[in-house]
Design a protein around this ligand. Structure first.
Ligand code: NAP
Length: 203
């Protein structure tokens, strides 16, 4: 399947904006969409410069890699936008923990394992979810180090692809394995959530 775009962000709130800022800084083209349409994103795209493109959600979905930067309570509705998500990697930035009734819905599964069932065919990678958005996008002098982002997935090739992208965005990616293994460490409220790590360069 040939997609129109390489990278897209759905959601233009705290996390979507932080991600767009990172793409802009790394000089990588990205589309961004929200529920209100491209016109609502003009101020943001003007601020972030020519790498960040405001599009409709439908266009954003025609991308190889889609950052899902929406509230967890909207994931099920979001998943219904496509019958078949095959050929797409979806980066799941959501945290279910604060959503009403989430435990009854996930039934003991990792939240991203549940989310993957809502986007049939997608390769889901959990990540970019365990730091506050402002920390995620804050600049760090590379002489000090690279900020660590943790990734988990049940689809190893997709994890490798997002790890490469994370490195291009200036991070040090650390892959934690499957959702029900290391992935639980980045599920709120577990051990790595809201823990900010920086990998120092070797000297
Ligand atoms: N806030 C943080 O620091 C932080 C950090 C890590 C992870 N997270 C997680 O990241 C996710 C996003 O958090 P946030 O703070 O960025 O939320 P937010 O500021 O409330 O923004 C949510 C965005 O999602 C869009 N949206 C919702 N449903 C949509 C749909 N069906 N299609 C397209 N766009 C949709 C909204 O569109 P409109 O603008 O048109 O309403 C809005 O732009 C949440 O799951 C949260 O748990 C948050």
């Amino acid at each position: 399947m040939v997609m129109s775009n390489q990278y897209a962000i759905v959601g233009s709130g705290n996390v979507g904006t932080a991600l767009a800022r990172l793409f802009s800084r790394a000089n990588i083209d990205v589309s961004i969409a929200n529920t209100r349409g491209p016109d609502s994103l003009r101020t943001l795209t003007a601020e972030l410069g020519p790498r960040v493109h405001a599009v409709a959600v439908e266009e954003a979905l025609d991308s190889e890699i889609i950052f899902m930067a929406i509230p967890w309570s909207g994931v099920s509705t979001f998943g219904k936008l496509l019958d078949d998500w095959s050929g797409r990697i979806v980066v799941d930035t959501s945290n279910a923990h604060w959503a009403p009734g989430w435990e009854e819905i996930v039934q003991g599964r990792p939240s991203s394992e549940y989310n993957a069932t809502q986007l049939p065919g997608a390769s889901l990678v959990k990540g970019f979810n365990q730091l506050p958005a402002g920390v995620l996008s804050s600049e760090l002098d590379p002489r000090i180090g690279r900020r660590v982002v943790f990734l988990a997935t049940d689809v190893p090739e997709a994890g490798d692809r997002i790890a490469r992208l994370a490195a291009d965005l200036g991070f040090s990616p650390v892959q934690l394995g499957r959702f029900d293994e290391g992935g639980l460490l980045i599920q709120t409220p577990h051990a790595l959530v809201l823990r900010s790590f920086v990998e120092r360069p070797f000297r």
